[in-house]
Design a protein around this ligand. Structure first.
Ligand code: FCB
Length: 428
């Protein structure tokens, strides 16, 4: 039995900032929802990655999820940058020296600008492109990385980027969304195949964002029906596709996408779960959309600085439901945006209790990665929301440890000792 993974997650753009990618172009075009806020070099992590990684052992982490930036590695189609690849090797080697298991994300929302020139994910050619990128990264990191997240939150990317138009590429078209979803999942399978071909012990998965869904007016049957449909679309459809290979994705009032990818089950060795909050759905009449979602503070825990509800009960259900896909669950993200660190400590404790209870009930969970190590650039909101166990002073880029970093370390120790007990019980 390998030890329970305990650590934190980040993504390249959010801590390293500008690159030749779609988000940087989006920002330059003034299309960021967080108007006037620019990501720039984000937290200055690009110069500080060694010292940032050195924080990991101090919070009791034995794992770290981070993303490689496709646009730096492949600045032009088919041209791979040896220095960019060497840097990733150096980072992984440094993590290993620190005793930290790397969990590498190949795609965390950003794409090289050139990727969209011929349609990006709407074009079937994207599958081969992403597969080739994965092969090059796999060759560079061969034998050094065992756990891979191919895609971060493909459903969110499709909803936000192809239906709502909030994030790049800013499309609002169901046919585009349906094509993108199929190509993304094919690209996941192609990347997983490339990784496993080079290292048969490679374990591949997708980080899937799950939300708890509730009817805004529980007595209203249309709110309830819409909630059930939203839950399928957002949470369950991908889990079913991972389990069976069949995707049935129906967006009420827009259309449906049905397709089969036979390689999906074998290309998902774990389910990556990103869990943050609960949403309430309310049916809406014409001329507006068919429904709207709201974050409510029904349990009086207070909304977070991103306006999200804190709802640990939903974490329990998300863990159970993701495990039902028949694979171990790796919590690839969970966290809170707050400038009040006491609230972060409460959040950590509540979610750790849920996690420990789920494990005690026998759910197969291989680790927990908190979002995030340090404060960072939040996609739609800029630098306001503070997610870090370490605070970033954006004037000086100094890192300051928050008290929740100590709590995180001590919670990690209790999960580690559970592991020891479990091993003793199973004679391992
Ligand atoms: C997740 C994203 C991650 C971060 C958190 C707050 O959905 O994957 O990059 O922004 O939300």
């Amino acid at each position: 039995m390998s030890p329970f993974l305990w650590g934190v997650a980040t993504s390249s753009y959010q801590i390293e900032g500008a690159a030749e990618n779609d988000w940087t172009a989006w920002e330059a075009a003034g299309r960021l929802k967080s108007r006037g806020k620019r990501c720039g070099v984000a937290t200055g992590h690009r110069e500080r990655w060694r010292s940032d990684f050195s924080l990991l052992p101090t919070i009791g982490a034995n794992a770290y999820r981070f993303s490689v930036e496709w646009s730096r590695i492949e600045p032009r189609p088919g041209h791979f940058d040896a220095d960019a690849l060497a840097l990733e090797v150096e980072r992984v080697d440094w993590l290993r020296q620190l005793g930290i298991e790397p969990v590498v994300t190949l795609n965390h929302y950003t794409h090289p600008s050139w990727f969209w020139d011929d349609g990006g994910w709407e074009n079937r050619g994207s599958v081969e492109r992403f597969g080739r990128f994965a092969s090059v990264v796999a060759d560079a990191l061969k034998g050094k990385v065992r756990r891979w997240v191919t895609l971060n939150e493909p459903i969110v990317l499709v909803l936000g980027g192809f239906l709502a138009g909030w994030i790049p590429p800013g499309r609002k078209n169901f046919a585009a969304a349906a094509a993108a979803l199929e190509n993304l999942l094919l690209a996941h399978a192609a990347a997983a195949a490339a990784l496993k071909e080079r290292d048969p012990s490679a374990r591949t998965g997708i980080a899937h964002n799950m939300l708890e869904f509730a009817a805004d007016r529980p007595a209203n049957s249309l709110d309830r029906k819409l909630t059930a449909l939203g839950d399928r679309l957002y949470n369950l459809a991908l889990l079913e596709a991972i389990a069976t290979g069949d995707m049935a994705w129906w967006f009420p009032g827009e259309g449906r996408a049905d397709f089969r990818i036979p390689e999906l089950p074998s290309s998902n060795d774990f389910v990556g779960l990103n869990y943050y909050s609960r949403v309430h759905l309310r049916f809406g009449g014409p001329p507006g959309p068919i429904g709207e979602f709201y974050y409510r503070d029904r349990e009086r825990r207070g909304l977070t600085d991103t306006g999200w509800e804190v709802y640990p009960e939903g974490f329990d259900r998300a863990l159970k439901r993701s495990a039902a896909a028949g694979r171990p669950v790796l919590v690839t993200e969970n966290g809170i945006a707050t400038s009040d660190d006491a609230r972060r400590r409460t959040f950590l404790r509540e979610h750790a209790v849920v996690l420990a209870h789920r494990r005690a009930e026998g759910t197969d969970i291989e680790g927990y990665l908190n979002w995030s190590l340090i404060d960072n650039f939040e996609w739609l909101e800029g630098f306001g929301p503070r997610f870090g166990l370490f605070e970033v002073d954006y004037a000086t880029f100094a890192r300051r440890r928050r008290p929740s970093a100590d709590l995180f370390a001590s919670l990690g120790r209790s999960f580690a000792s559970d592991d020891v007990r479990e091993r003793a019980r199973s004679g391992g």
